[in-house]
Write a protein that binds this ligand. Structure first.
Ligand code: SAM
Ligand code: SF4
Length: 431
């Protein structure tokens, strides 16, 4: 979501005459797009700010803007703490940065452009073209779920779906410019459409994107078990371009922990959704997120998480140690009582299971032929991804192009990637 926001702001700034630079030293406007989901992410933003502060104090002509989730509704406190920051912008609210950009004069060229033209045109219709062949397309902003540990609804607000026509317009625009794969984004992406008068669903989008020429793959994240209807699961199975790759955070394998997290479902309901997916798509890839060390998490509760992970055999597990987030229900009402040493131990145990299950899943692909979308090519090597999102490296002699779909026979596997060669025409059984 942050990458999509950054690109969108960049598109707006480019319209004002700004250019992005590779080397920090030659920039005169810095925009730090922040994440607040864990303390570690905020700390990284603070250290960037410290570095820029030094540069600014040493007399360099530079301007600093901070956007994203670190910027809450009240910026007065932040402005007091970081007086050298020139603009603050909440997620999706780019105007303060564009206003700043308009006031900055390029020392060599004078005025950089007219902001009013851009704003009258409507920044929301400014689509951003990423480098490469894949694009992130936010379809629903915000979140209504209010899990007790999570800061996202406090910073990104309530769910707001983009109209179907708007989403399709952007994807057509991207396809016309060579984009081959789109990832539809939402904090709970299956919530898409419930706030629109026509009540479209994620499946409505899938079916419409099937018809867009040029787009060969559609991904979607992040799923929320309660919003994941049969209609949506079935549409993934039915739509050729939609990847059978689900990202469904379970967060914990213990019902008592899930209740304290206010996740709104029980482990049994989560398992039932996974069973439905596997019934329709036996080979589907399933990824999940786990938080270890949430307030009050006991050894037994954690053991239940390990046993769920072993039972489901996820393709990917994103694991994080609980980090108290100011203003959340957990921060106000619960004690962060799991020692950081225990959190680290639990984190490593989850990572170990992840590595084992991922290796096991990848090994089953040995000698099979898999369709991959090529993402990068050198003179001798190319890299792409399977529909399941696994990276595949293979040798080429220059005949392969970025954006091609190629059938690759897998000859080597590790937990994190695959190696292979281009299949000859006689190969069978494409996965
Ligand atoms: N909406 C998704 C869901 O339902 O889980 C996830 C979105 S959340 C922004 C991304 C991930 O950050 C979560 O899955 C969770 O694992 C992690 N996360 C959120 N709050 C956290 C916290 N306070 N401490 C540690 N990890 C956290
Ligand atoms: Fe945060 Fe996801 Fe829960 Fe929303 S559903 S509050 S984004 S963890």
């Amino acid at each position: 979501m942050n990458q999509a926001d950054s690109l969108k702001l960049a598109a707006g700034l480019e319209q004002l005459g700004w250019q992005s630079v590779k080397k920090d030293e030659s920039a005169n406007l810095f925009v730090i797009n922040t994440c607040s989901v864990r303390q570690h992410a905020e700390d990284r933003a603070y250290s960037q700010l410290g570095r820029l502060r030094k540069q600014k104090l040493s007399g360099e002509e530079l301007h600093i803007a901070v956007m994203g989730c670190m910027v809450g509704p009240k910026t007065a406190q932040l402005a007091k703490r970081f007086p050298y920051v020139d603009a603050w912008a909440r997620p999706q609210e780019f105007e303060p940065i564009l206003t700043l950009a308009e006031t900055i004069k390029d020392p060599s060229e004078g005025d950089l452009g007219s902001l009013s033209v851009l704003l009258d045109g409507g920044l929301t219709r400014t689509y951003a073209l990423p480098t490469g062949i894949s694009a992130f397309v936010p379809v629903v902003h915000g979140c209504n779920k209010f899990c007790t540990y999570c800061i996202v609804p406090l910073r990104r607000g309530r769910e707001r779906s983009r109209p179907v026509a708007d989403v399709l317009d952007e994807i057509n625009w991207l396809a016309d410019r060579g984009i081959r794969e789109v990832t539809l984004l939402g904090q709970t992406v299956e919530a898409y459409g419930h706030d629109l008068s026509e009540r479209p669903t994620l499946a409505t989008l899938f079916r419409a994107i099937e018809k867009i020429e040029g787009i060969v793959r559609v991904r979607f994240l992040t799923s929320y078990p309660k919003d994941m209807t049969n209609e949506i699961i079935d549409s993934v199975a039915d739509c050729r371009k939609v990847c059978e790759h689900f990202n469904i955070p379970v967060q914990s394998g213990s019902n008592s922990m899930l209740e304290r997290m206010r996740r709104g479902y029980m482990v049994e309901e989560f398992v039932e959704r996974v069973e439905r997916i596997r019934l329709k798509m036996p080979d589907a890839a399933i990824a999940t997120d786990i938080i270890v060390g949430c307030p009050g998490e006991t050894d037994d509760e954690f053991r239940e998480t390990l046993s769920l992970l072993r039972q489901i055999r996820f393709d990917t597990i994103h694991v994080a140690a609980y980090s108290p987030r100011p203003g959340t229900f957990a921060d106000r009402n619960m004690i962060d009582d799991v020692p950081s040493k225990i959190k680290k131990q639990r984190l490593h145990l989850v990572e170990k299971i992840h590595q084992e299950s991922s290796l096991n899943i990848n090994q089953k692909l040995l000698n099979r032929e898999i369709e991959i979308l090529v993402e990068s090519v050198t003179e001798t090597q190319a890299t792409g991804r399977t529909k399941h999102g696994t990276i595949v490296h293979f040798n080429t002699n220059g005949e392969v192009k970025i954006g091609n779909l190629e059938n690759i026979v897998i000859t080597q596997t590790t937990a994190w990637s695959l190696k292979g060669h281009i299949a000859d025409n006689l190969s069978l059984s494409v996965v």
